[in-house]
Design a protein around this ligand. Structure first.
Ligand code: GAL
Length: 349
């Protein structure tokens, strides 16, 4: 063996430089073309951060996302790992979660920002690591969204929600005015429950819901209103206070979401008051149950199946570096608005 090697070495001495160059070239090519180019990616990792894990609507979306991840795995044979974290209302916590997702090698992030005005830190980190981001439900400001072409947003169109909510009351009032104008004085006295003051949905929903009621010819008059931050318990406390301050006056409760609408219903039930109409939006599971049982006049329901599948499909395409799915057309290449529909309680005979 030694002899052979010696002979080869001696005789082919002139071939050594060429062999070394060939080996170096092979090493260089292997290093440049990552595994992604050599073989198809068979698994993806998605980092998901929720602004608050205890928010009913966000929880419904989370369940849809999980269901769609399973479906995607079965249909496409690609393993999907969802790493879902709760930011518990803290932007700092969410920023650390994003850092961790990136260090764990997530291929894409789905972020429900805590502070939609302050998405820049997340965007900086994602851009540096070249990890695309699908924001959802809490819309970052346009200036931030325009910073990179790998930033997307999915969320219901707040103006559409509000117009549908207002229209539902307009149609109901036209058919049965005495069901809303309870004392028959030609005026509908309402109270307004608003979500977080910094959330695009609260501001736009409030404005367009009331405009639609007025333009539709419902003779409304506002008694009072308040911010209950999307929360059932806060809305319940406010409503209890208003029922005390304005006894036998409130005829309609307009709420920026279902959870606060349910809080108002809790207070009405505690006070033993019946007949007051309450409208919400979201179409959460408890919201839809309340519509079906007749406690809630109606809700504007976001199609959560489509919401969840759009999130998963768009995120997965980003992760795999594929073209984005055509079923979910993006406005300006960035925004997808899932469809919504009105759900109203069954009519009384
Ligand atoms: C709104 C929704 C609320 C709450 C909020 C959280 O769109 O109507 O119920 O989930 O988002 O950002």
């Amino acid at each position: 063996m030694r002899k052979c090697y010696f002979l080869w070495n001696k005789r082919r001495k002139g071939l050594w430089p060429a062999a070394l160059c060939l080996a170096a070239a092979c090493l260089f090519l292997t290093a440049c073309s990552g595994p992604a180019e050599e073989e198809e990616k068979k698994s993806i990792r998605i980092g998901v951060s929720l602004y608050r894990g205890d928010d009913t609507f966000i929880n419904n979306i989370r369940s849809e996302l999980e269901a769609n991840a399973k479906k995607y795995e079965q249909e496409k044979g690609i393993k999907v790992t969802l790493d879902i974290q709760d930011a518990k209302g803290s932007q700092n916590t969410q920023n650390s979660q994003v850092e961790r997702f990136i260090s764990l090698g997530c291929d894409v992030l789905c972020i429900n920002p805590v502070d939609r005005m302050d998405a820049s830190v997340i965007i900086d980190k994602a851009m540096t690591a070249e990890v695309p981001v699908v924001f959802f439900n809490r819309q970052p400001v346009e200036e931030d969204m325009n910073r990179w072409d790998k930033l997307y947003y999915i969320g219901v169109d707040a103006k559409e929600t509000a117009v549908l909510q207002g229209q539902m009351v307009v149609d109901f009032y036209k058919k049965q005015p005495s069901e809303i104008d309870l004392n028959g004085d030609g005026v509908v006295n309402y109270v307004l429950l608003e979500g977080e003051s910094s959330h695009q949905d609260s501001l736009i929903r409030t404005e367009w819901s009331i405009k639609t009621l007025k333009n539709g010819g419902v003779p409304i008059e506002k008694i009072t209103g308040g911010i209950a931050n999307w929360e059932r318990s806060q809305a319940s406390a406010l409503m209890e206070q208003w029922l005390g301050e304005y006894p036998d006056t409130i005829e309609l409760v307009v709420s920026n979401n279902d959870d606060m609408a349910l809080g108002a219903i809790d207070a009405l039930e505690r006070a033993g008051v019946s007949g007051v109409n309450v409208v919400g939006t979201d179409g959460t599971i408890p919201g839809i149950e309340a519509v079906e049982s007749g406690k809630l006049l109606g809700t504007v329901s976001a199609n959560k199946e489509i919401y969840g599948s759009a999130m998963l499909e768009i995120a997965a395409s980003c992760a795999l570096g594929e073209a984005l799915p055509e079923e979910y057309p993006l406005m300006d290449g960035t925004y997808y608005w899932p469809p919504q529909e009105i759900l109203m309680r069954p009519e009384k005979d």
